[in-house]
Design a protein around this ligand. Sequence first.
Ligand SMILES: Cc1ncc(COP(=O)(O)O)c(C=O)c1O
Length: 388
Amino acid sequence: MTVCDRLRPFGTTIFTEISRLAAEHRAINLAQGFPDFDGPEHVKQAAIEAVRAGHSQYARMAGTLELCRSVADYFSREAGLSFNPETDITVTAGCTEAIAAALLGLLNPGDEVILFEPYYDSYRASVALAGGVPRFVTLRGPGFEFDPAELSRAVSPRTRAVLVNTPHNPTGRVFTRGELQSIADLCLRHGLVAIVDEVYERLVYGGPSSHVRLASLPGMAERTLTLSSLGKTFSLTGWKIGWAVGPAELSSAVRAAHQFLTFAVSTPMQHAAAAALDSPPAYFDELVTSYRSKRDFLADSLRRIGFTFRDPEGSYFIYADHRPVSARLGLTTDVEMSKHLIERIGVAAIPPSVFYEDKAEGSKYLRFAFCKKDETLAAAVERLRSLA
Ligand SMILES: Cc1ncc(COP(=O)(O)O)c(C=O)c1O
């Protein structure tokens, strides 16, 4: 009755619902994608020092210049791309706000945005908030590649943008250079803006494709907004510091919305975020080594139980076809299987059909997060073994 028409269809996010059910049944939570361990000491120390130094008042609207410079340096080191810290970088309340601000800033009512499904759930809602219309391209198992012809067919005279997430949540895919090139070709041909969510940019495990930045492909720096955040790379999901990076013209659209959404985000945490981005290479190497071993442990265990999937090349999720296991239990859908796991086995995983328009496609899978302590993963596997 009280929620407006634009938002009513989205209800409560699946993460809130599953986390509540998991708590009620004391299930081990491999559902929501946040670490159950803390972020790095040097970044926490930088936050403490920023608070003590009295960095307590509103920051510059688009972000502290110190952090904007760190983001620009990071992009120039990592991608060889040059951005102006004053005009091309906007600091947001996590990547979630960057997604919303980009769409609110760019879309006119009725403008279409191409989304790949399964999609991160805020995409669909943010398109709706902005008065836009989503068009879907499905990543189909077992490989979760997209069909370039289906992508081309999704374009219409109203298409304004294509929203890409690589490394991809929930499938764990890292889009290949070839796939990104076909997205780039489409954007160049039709004059589209590319919005790329790269929150898992550092969580890549050396599969067939390494992470390629769409903005680094020829002609794309001028038409790409790259979004990311501190949360996944630094195991600090609760700090909610993110950024949007793109040419001044696109950044001005992000800022037009950001100034009225949050105006500016937490000043001391921006100081700490700058310290985080300046971390030595060893920090990033150790993060990947640790996650690769967690991935291998959970993948091996889930396979022995009967789940089928390709090892994720990136992100911290295993996206498993549950049907060989659920069929033994007389269950069919992802929601039934997820409820069974929470209530009878004591482990929570996400039922992903909510991330699809094609619910039947999504209903085959469950998403397990491995961003957990080794002992948490071991305890979950101990429980899951009863399914074997
Ligand atoms: C693909 C994707 N984008 C964005 C986010 C949210 O990022 P943040 O916590 O920085 O808002 C998540 C978090 O799970 C995600 O998986």
